[in-house]
Design a protein around this ligand. Structure first.
Ligand code: NI
Length: 172
């Protein structure tokens, strides 16, 4: 396994719509493994392929706490097939927008279908934090970042803080 380079805002690959995969093969599984390792190494709970510079519909998620056993979900070609009427607001962050967090409104639950690590079709009802993580990661596949859901003013404020964060953490 390998830790991959993370692509950050405003890299154009993060704005691109991604392509579906025809199948899950050895190459896909290696990519899924590397994405998971990269996500764990950055203490993230989700990672989408555009964030490592690959414009494909692939996502990994693990919302288990540090003191819990790892519980990775590998998703190829994920699709939301049902959304709850209820919505929730929760704080989100993103490995491509380092050091920042903001409140975003999402559907409280969603049902998704996807192809798993072994190439089998799966359906999953995601609720609570998993529902938020799924919607955040699937947005990445359509070139949408969580900051795109913020008002113009809030987004501008966050981007200013991002700039400051980067200056403070650039080491010079
Ligand atoms: Ni993200």
């Amino acid at each position: 396994m390998a830790i991959l380079k993370l692509f950050e805002y405003p890299h154009p690959i993060l704005k691109q719509k991604t392509e579906k995969l025809d199948k899950v093969d050895e190459e896909t599984r290696k990519l899924l493994d590397d994405m998971l390792e990269t996500m764990y190494a950055s203490n993230g709970c989700g990672l989408a392929a555009p964030q490592i510079g690959i414009s494909k519909r692939i996502v990994v998620i693990d919302i288990a706490h540090e003191d819990e056993e790892a519980n990775p979900i590998y998703m190829v070609n994920p699709e939301i097939i049902w959304r709850s009427d209820e919505k929730v607001c929760g704080e989100e962050g993103c490995l491509s927008v380092p050091g920042q967090r903001a409140e975003v409104e999402r559907f409280a639950s969603v049902k998704i279908k996807y192809i798993d690590y072994n190439g089998n079709e799966q359906e999953l009802l995601a609720e609570d934090f998993l529902a938020i993580a799924v919607q955040h990661e699937l947005d990445h596949l359509d070139g949408i970042l969580y900051i795109d859901h913020l008002s113009r003013l809030k987004r501008q404020m966050l981007l200013k803080k991002l700039e400051k964060f980067r200056k403070e953490n650039s080491g010079n």
